[in-house]
Design a protein around this ligand. Structure first.
Ligand code: FBP
Length: 318
């Protein structure tokens, strides 16, 4: 166990050994295992965005087994997906990659206030050998309180059964504007809410320099909170999650040019982010390209320079 992972686990000292072991499993797995950083592959977009939008750019991705293999070949820390995708490969790839079962999902067909359905159970996660449950909350939605209460119950059960809890905290709905969904004040707020709800790992979108709430804007100005660069904004979001004592990772977003992704990753790493969860930018690329991109992302988090993650794995990196 590296000193850094031990230190991270100490932030969750109130948890039982099962939870700590499962957190350690994710933190210790893959090319950057042991560094305290994480790169996770999430593939719930088939449900969230529809199959064509998700998988047509790289049709190999229609096959659930493809994503297990991609996460393994890319040396990710974990693979996250809804029940159907995990059930379709969990036996074949048993023990090869830590799994996160996403326990709620929503589609883009109903044009109403966002409110995901609970689509799996804690016992499903245990049956599939997962390390953690995953759950999305939409702060800003008129239905957010239902999500918070569902999460409260699932978190209590998951923790009692020794599983870690990963929360996707995505502000969305009638309470926030489109720009507000990724505003820096809202992103910090979203991270805080997830931490207060008991999340061990919190996932938010990279924050922009927009400030959504007028009252927050006054404080940002009065306290001179810097938000000019992505690194500064990430620092604010990480601070908002218990002063950096929760693992906060950032999502990849829509498929974009490699240079744009890497610039974003460097900003997240510089700001003290704990890693990334990169879906479309991974599985919508041809496999070799996706593996190379994920390795490059891991290298940034592992330290500096190409191959940093491999050196870490070999025990020769600082
Ligand atoms: P991406 O890297 O593809 O953005 O995946 C991260 C993720 O959190 C997925 O788990 C989820 O399906 C998606 O983002 C939601 O994206 P959006 O907010 O655009 O619907």
């Amino acid at each position: 166990m590296s000193q850094r992972v031990r230190e991270i686990l100490s932030w969750y000292a109130g948890e039982n050994p099962g939870v700590l072991t499962n957190l350690a499993r994710m933190l210790n797995h893959g090319r950057i295992g042991g560094s305290g950083k994480m790169v996770i592959l999430p593939v719930d977009q088939g449900f969230e965005h529809g199959p064509a939008r998700s998988f047509a750019p790289n049709p190999a991705g229609y096959d659930p087994r493809y994503h297990f293999q991609l996460a393994i070949d890319a040396g990710c820390n974990a693979y996250a997906a809804p029940l159907g995708f995990l059930e379709a490969g969990a036996a074949e790839f048993a023990g090869d990659i830590p799994l996160i079962l996403k326990l709620n999902n929503s589609d883009t067909l109903a044009k109403i206030e966002p409110e995901p359905a609970v689509t799996g159970s804690v016992d499903d996660a245990l049956r599939l050998g997962a390390c953690a449950i995953g759950f999305t909350i939409y702060p800003g939605s008129g239905s957010r309180n239902n999500m918070y209460q569902e999460l409260r119950e699932l978190t209590a059960e998951a923790k009692a059964k020794g599983l870690a809890v990963v929360v996707w905290s995505y502000p969305r709905g009638s309470g926030v504007s489109k720009a507000g969904e990724t505003a820096v004040d809202v992103a910090g707020y979203a991270a805080q809410i997830a931490a207060q709800l008991g999340a061990h790992v919190i996932k938010v979108k990279p924050p922009t320099d927009h400030i959504e709430q007028p009252d927050a804007a006054k404080v940002f100005e009065a306290q001179h909170i810097p938000i000019g660069t992505l690194a500064e904004r990430v620092r604010h979001v990480v601070q908002s999650a218990f002063d950096g004592r929760r693992v906060v990772i950032f999502s990849g977003g829509e498929a974009k040019a490699k240079e744009d992704i890497m610039a974003e990753i460097r900003g997240i790493a510089e700001g003290g982010g704990f890693g990334s969860i990169v879906g479309r930018n991974s599985f919508q690329r041809p496999k070799a390209e996706a593996v190379a991109l994920l390795h490059e992302i891991q290298d940034v988090y592992a330290g500096a320079g190409t191959g940093a993650a491999d050196r870490l794995l070999a025990g020769v990196a600082s």
